[in-house]
Design a protein around this ligand. Sequence first.
Ligand SMILES: [Zn+2]
Length: 50
Amino acid sequence: MDSDRPEPHPGCGPCAELDEQRTRAHGRGDGSAETDCSVLLRRHIKEAHA
Ligand SMILES: [Zn+2]
């Protein structure tokens, strides 16, 4: 399983939102939602910030 935590880009709305969702998922112990957010964040970074 890929447990990387991609870094959100400062000042980017979608990055901030996904990072916040991931932090909330982590806070409630929802590892699968946390992983989903990391996947979505990494995909967004690749598409929007590459
Ligand atoms: Zn972004």
